[in-house]
Design a protein around this ligand. Sequence first.
Ligand SMILES: [Zn+2]
Length: 213
Amino acid sequence: MLRLLVLILVSASPLFPCDFLSRWIPRAPDPTESARIESLRAFIRSLEPKQLVVDRDFYRKTSRFEERFGFPFSGQKLDSWFGDRIRFFKIGRTDPYLAYYNGEAIVLGKGFFLLSKIEQALVLVHEARHADGKKYSHVDCPSDFPYLSLRIPETKPAGLKACDDISDGSYGFGAAFLFEVFAYGLAERTEEKYILGLYNSELTRILLPKGDR
Ligand SMILES: [Zn+2]
């Protein structure tokens, strides 16, 4: 069946506008997109934990970064962690998601480059965690899941594979990253509340009793 579909698509392709297939089949980033991805990687490497802007005790109790990633927060190390997992990027259709990991590359959707650098970094952390194995795949959010998506409120997570039933999946890693960004004052001042909202949103996707998140 799959072969037949591929055959039909390939044989029919001259009949369609040339971008028909590229909308469905992920393609390599163009030079502008490659430069943006490299600039994002440089931004991640620049994130360093110089000085806490939150109470040290509060930080110690709340930070999960080292527990999750296996090293204390450092942009340089985070970029290496990322590079160990992801070698390629592709561009393609990803809706209703912003990006996905296809087993060898991160496929970025059209909305990815509209995000702030911190959010783009969060997406990379999230997708790179998927490269650690199928056990980090998502589960369905419950049909009565009450929370909205912070980025695309119209896309309700209820019933979508957009939750985790483990604390150290992509959402747990995302929350751990965001907390460091907040605690070390690495976001733009106007972004701080949004970062906290994203942090809370990541935690709502972990379907475990509160104390286990
Ligand atoms: Zn995911």
